[in-house]
Design a protein around this ligand. Structure first.
Ligand code: M6R
Length: 368
């Protein structure tokens, strides 16, 4: 049942190329246009949407953060991302033109469920992104995009996360298609790039041994930091959550630009810092990240960099370097999250923890 793996989590990490491919299957019609059959909202209703609020918890919340970058870029409408447990208690501004997107792997998370119930009382449209057919959240939503990860047994979400990202991208591209904010050719090009992601994820998984060797080196470390920018920022947060959940060690993710506003004071000799380096592009993201890495390294940190193939600028500042395939920045979370999952899984295993059932946690949190 674990396909020869020691943990369900590890099996699920290695299933990700398949899970991502399945989640992309059948999303285009014969004319090459996106079609999301389960989104039972008319084009007219979707065109009227003037704001998106994504609500979720934990790892699903981080997928929502990536959705914000993607949907705002492609659709030019404001996207808020909110923890489900906070949403109801702050009197959010909800109208008929608000699309509330609830992301939940299990479809049973009580905080998220209560949040959508509240949104519906305000007449907002609710779209669920969910991995469990017929679960409560999609049943109580106006529309749903199912991810096709297959059952996720490990308490730590892995393939659930990657397939949620896929669903968020599809939603963003679909909205752009309906609203006409992007040319069809451009949308088709991104879908083509998405279709190449399973092969890219496979390439990253091929480097598992390098990540495991790192995990061996860091057994006993009291703390690990994670840095990212743009879509790499939620990946940093996700990397830190995985490590907390599984290895029970202090881990924090930061937006790299925030370092100088406080967290850099934490940096000390030998502190391991994972750095999600954005692809080189026309913006300043990459350069800014490199200079942030330089700063922490000058203060004694051990930098473990995830950087795209061919990025030589990072080499002088990377104590360890794991290569990622060349992909656009918005899609990079699909490859960058994988080494962080492998690292947490391996480190926790080496520490003798039960990776599939970490202490104090449940797979789906059905109490508020
Ligand atoms: O089933 P959901 O996606 O609604 O679950 C949300 C969180 O409870 C979940 O992502 C949790 O943070 C995981 N244990 C993360 O690995």
């Amino acid at each position: 049942e674990k396909d020869g793996h020691d943990w369900f989590m590890r099996k699920e990490i290695f299933e990700q190329p398949r899970a991502v491919a399945d989640s992309l299957l059948g999303r285009r019609n014969a004319a090459g246009r996106l079609q999301l059959d389960e989104v039972r909202l008319s084009d007219e209703e979707l065109r009227d949407i003037d704001k998106v609020i994504v609500i979720a918890c934990g790892t699903s919340f981080y997928a929502g953060m990536v959705a914000k970058y993607a949907i705002e870029h492609w659709c030019r409408i404001p996207v808020e991302v909110e923890l489900a447990s906070e949403f109801r208690y702050r009197d959010p501004i909800l109208t008929r033109e608000t699309l509330v997107v609830a992301i939940s792997q299990s479809g049973e998370t009580a905080d998220t469920l209560q949040a959508i119930r509240h949104a519906r009382t305000q007449r907002s449209k609710v779209l669920a992104i969910c991995n469990s057919n017929g679960s409560t959240i999609p049943r109580e939503s106006d529309a749903v995009i199912y991810t096709h990860a297959g059952p996720e047994i490990g308490v730590a979400s892995t393939k659930g996360f990657l397939t949620q990202l896929v669903a968020c991208y599809l939603l963003g591209l679909y909205l752009a298609q309906v609203k006409g904010t992007r040319y069809n050719d451009e949308i088709a090009q991104v879908v083509d790039q998405l279709e190449q992601m399973p092969a890219h994820i496979e390439t990253v998984l091929g480097q598992a041994d390098q990540v495991y060797a790192l995990a061996r080196e860091f057994v006993g470390t009291p703390s690990v930091l994670f840095l990212g920018r743009h879509a790499g920022y939620p990946v940093a947060l996700e990397g830190a959550l995985k490590l907390k959940e599984l290895a029970y060690i202090h881990a924090e993710g930061f937006a790299a630009g925030e370092l100088k506003h406080g967290p850099i004071a934490l940096v000390d000799d030998g502190l391991p810092i994972w750095c999600v380096v954005p692809p080189r592009g026309r913006d300043q993201l990459h350069e800014k990240m490199v200079s942030g890495i330089q700063e922490v390294r000058a203060r004694g940190a051990r930098t473990i960099c995830l950087a795209e193939e061919g990025d030589t600028a990072i080499e002088p500042y990377a104590d360890e370097l794991i290569r990622l395939p060349k992909v656009p920045v918005l899609l990079q979370p699909l490859v960058a999250a994988v080494p962080l999952q492998l690292f947490a899984c391996e480190l926790a295993t080496l520490m003798g923890h039960d990776v599939d059932m970490p202490r104090n946690l449940a797979k789906s949190v059905t109490v508020e």
